[in-house]
Write a protein that binds this ligand. Structure first.
Ligand code: SF4
Length: 729
């Protein structure tokens, strides 16, 4: 007997029976179809006819359903009920399709929800779980218009936002001073006992406790202190948190250590965590806490993590999943024709901490990224290798944008960074010079954008020193003269509580150096709570940072705990982010922002005031596809018996791609968590799930358009259409 036939014989539970009864009671027509159908095929045909009949009233929905690549207007024309009708029809069209479920280490998942209902009704089998039936209940309520979409009023969104104080709140600042004192006192104890030591940060003989404390307070301003004294063990973590972690968490963290999951929490970032929940900020630091404390799923799955992005798996000499040939080594990553990522062989391969839902956990597992800062210092050979890597950018016809990341771009030393920027400058000059001999239409794309990917303004704002700022300012001044126009620091604030006086000062320095700061938020469960992300956008705008991306959590079961379903990201976009949508009339004003970065705060404020917006929703919500590129253009085409949804994505049509996407076609993912499980988790986080009413219904998506500030500046010549470094075979 096949595995699927075996599963079909599994009896459903009492809870599933009760939900099924409710489903049939609310939908007599569904019950009639199910009871009259002699087999699953008749059930599929019966439901299909019923749904198609109702779709006759909505030609726009019918056209959308039948269209392979629907456009913006047809998406906009859909009514709430249409979403559900299209979903049911997509379920039927994909009935019986099998998928490799990488959440379950490659087990085969099959989607056939109508058959599961038919089996449950007629035989009491099919093995569908309550989470599945809850999803079905909501689906048919939407279809029969029993439930309607209620978009919250802006005032209500503002009320939700108000639940999340920022780290600039004086009461929070005070609490963190207490946290700092506790952490420093623990460190002094450890240093006195000789359990931790540093050649740079040492007490003079005969110093009193008070003098020692004053020394550590001074050291606190030095990023090297935080790197030297970062916590690398669960015991010290607990001690620095005033022994406030519960025994289960400690056990889990010990298990994480045994498994080889790195620990690296620097004292500054640790001081953002509260040991007691402050009455005025209940749950406010959860998004931070969930970044530091590993989940059971991450610990259990650590040995089995598979790269989410296929481009990360490169065989020497062969093109990557997007068809790009890359220089040898692991220094260049590339998905698109116009941009490539450069990962230097420096301490920039490390981060200022390890985010539990890191997209590169795969690389941490392989040991490619780590916190052994000594071992990561650049070798002699790096200089030559860097020149060869620069040649790759120089000789490529389309590359115009270089994103330095890691790890973390600003973890590199000042000297490494200076060398790197200088190499980029010289490469950009050579590329420009070489272009002079190419006729129009055959010219190569010249470098117009340089980006640094860093979370240090959040993890370690002390790293943004006057020296670093001067290096960045000097590079900008020189590079502007040779046509580089966009200088961007891409950072990653996850919570309003990460915006502190220190991080604000770091941002101010970077803006003063002429660089634009943009933020990439990862929509973890804690960050997905009502109002949380909207508040983060507002607080970031207050300090001069523009939001850039809101990412769906990547990965499989290892990230299950932090995973917020895509339906919630769609809901957040439609019901919360929308109150900051920038009217088209203001696009021209935003376009000028990067030219006056030192006035960024005032310019953002002026625009918010003129347009009456609480924040500027300049970010796009996207998923990094496990194929090539980013997108949020999707349809839910299936669901497992566990209620986990199966989504099919189209590529983002708004940007240039490798031609390989025409061969790859659509990309399918299975979510690691059902909506019902997600809501239960929110409830455990203290949320009122009634506020999330409607989340089940967001079953279709369209990638948002890019705000012009994020477009490449145009050339005054025509770039060749030839693609180099590409091999499609
Ligand atoms: S800073 Fe970025 S690369 Fe580093 S651990 Fe966090 S998410 Fe991963």
């Amino acid at each position: 007997m096949s595995k699927i036939a075996e599963l079909d014989r599994i009896a459903i539970s009492v809870a599933s029976h009760k939900l099924l009864r409710q489903l049939l009671k609310e939908n007599p027509k569904l019950e009639e179809v199910m009871r009259n159908a002699k087999n699953e095929i008749e059930a599929l045909v019966g439901v299909r006819n019923w749904v198609l009949e109702t779709l006759q009233e909505s030609p726009a929905a019918l056209a959308f359903y039948q269209c392979e690549h629907a456009d913006h207007d047809s998406f906009q024309a859909l009514r709430w009920q249409d979403y559900s009708a299209i979903r049911i029809l997509d379920y039927i069209d994909n009935a019986g399709r099998e998928f490799e479920d990488l959440n379950l280490r490659g087990e085969i998942a099959v989607s056939n929800p109508i058959k599961l209902i038919w089996l449950a009704v007629n035989r009491g089998t099919g093995g569908a779980k309550p989470f599945f039936f809850k999803d079905m209940l909501h689906l048919f309520r939407q279809f029969t218009r029993e439930s309607v979409r209620l978009v919250p009023e802006p005032d209500l969104v503002e009320e939700w936002m108000g639940r999340y104080p920022s780290g600039l709140d004086p009461r929070i600042i005070k609490l963190r001073e207490e946290n700092r004192a506790r952490i420093l006192n623990t460190l002094i104890d450890y240093m006195e006992q000789g359990e931790i030591q540093s050649s740079r940060f040492r007490f003079d003989p005969g110093m009193s406790r008070e003098q020692k404390f004053l020394s550590t307070l001074e050291w606190w301003q030095d990023h090297r202190f935080h790197l030297s004294f970062a916590v690398r063990s669960p015991e010290l973590l607990n001690e620095m948190l005033g022994n406030s972690l519960d025994p289960d968490t400690i056990k889990l963290l010990e298990r994480a250590k045994e498994k080889g999951i790195p620990f690296f929490v620097n004292p500054y970032y640790l001081s953002l965590l509260h040991v007691r929940v402050p009455y005025f900020a209940i749950g406010a630091d959860l998004a931070i806490r969930h970044y530091v404390i590993y989940s059971t799923q991450l610990v259990e799955e650590f040995d089995y993590i598979r790269a989410w992005e296929k481009e990360d798996l490169v065989e020497p000499g062969k093109p990557n999943a997007a068809g790009w040939l890359l220089p040898p080594g692991d220094n260049v990553h590339r998905r698109y024709p116009d941009v490539a990522i450069l990962i230097p062989d420096t301490t920039g391969r490390a981060c200022g901490g390890l985010c539990a839902s890191c997209q590169r956990m795969y690389d941490f597992q392989r040991g490619h990224l780590n916190f052994d800062l000594e071992a990561l210092r650049p070798k002699e050979s790096w200089k030559e290798r860097l020149e060869r890597l620069m040649e790759y950018f120089e000789k490529d016809t389309q590359l115009r944008d270089i994103l330095i990341t890691g790890g973390d771009a600003l973890m590199s030393s000042d000297r490494s960074l200076e060398n790197l920027l200088d190499a980029i400058y010289r490469m950009a000059v050579r590329k420009r010079e070489a272009n002079k001999v190419h006729p129009d239409g055959e010219k190569y794309a010249e470098i117009v954008r340089v980006r640094l990917g860093t979370r240090l303004p959040v993890y370690l704002p002390q790293r943004i020193t006057p020296k670093l700022t001067a290096i960045l300012a000097e590079f900008k001044a020189r590079a502007s003269e040779i046509g580089i126009r966009q200088f961007i620091i891409q950072t990653h604030f996850e919570s309003p509580m990460e915006v502190t006086p220190e991080s604000r000062q770091a941002v101010t320095h970077l803006l003063g150096a002429g660089w634009t700061l943009t933020n990439q938020l990862v929509m973890t469960t804690a960050a997905s709570r009502r109002g949380h992300s909207a508040q983060l956008r507002r607080i970031l705008n207050d300090i001069g940072v523009l939001s850039y991306y809101t990412f769906v959590v990547k990965g499989y079961q290892e990230n299950n705990f932090n995973y917020a379903p895509i339906a919630r990201i769609m809901q957040e976009g439609a019901e919360e982010k929308i109150i900051g949508r920038v009217p088209l009339d203001y696009y021209e004003a935003i376009r000028r922002f990067p030219m006056e970065t030192e006035s960024m705060v005032e310019n953002i404020d002026d625009l918010r005031r003129d347009a009456n917006l609480p924040f500027l929703a300049t970010d796009r919500s996207v998923l990094n596809l496990p194929g090539v590129g980013k997108s949020l253009t999707f349809r839910i085409i299936g669901i497992t018996r566990y209620g986990r949804r199966i989504l099919e994505f189209d590529h983002d049509p708004t940007r240039a791609h490798s031609p390989i996407i025409h061969r790859i076609g659509k990309v399918v993912i299975i979510e690691s968590k059902s909506i019902a499980e997600y809501l239960e988790q929110l409830e455990q986080l203290g949320e009122d799930v009634a506020e999330y009413e409607g989340v089940y219904g967001y079953s279709l998506g369209e990638t948002e358009p890019r705000i012009p500030i994020y477009e490449y500046p145009p050339y005054d010549f025509t770039v060749t259409e030839e693609l180099t470094n590409l091999e499609l075979e």
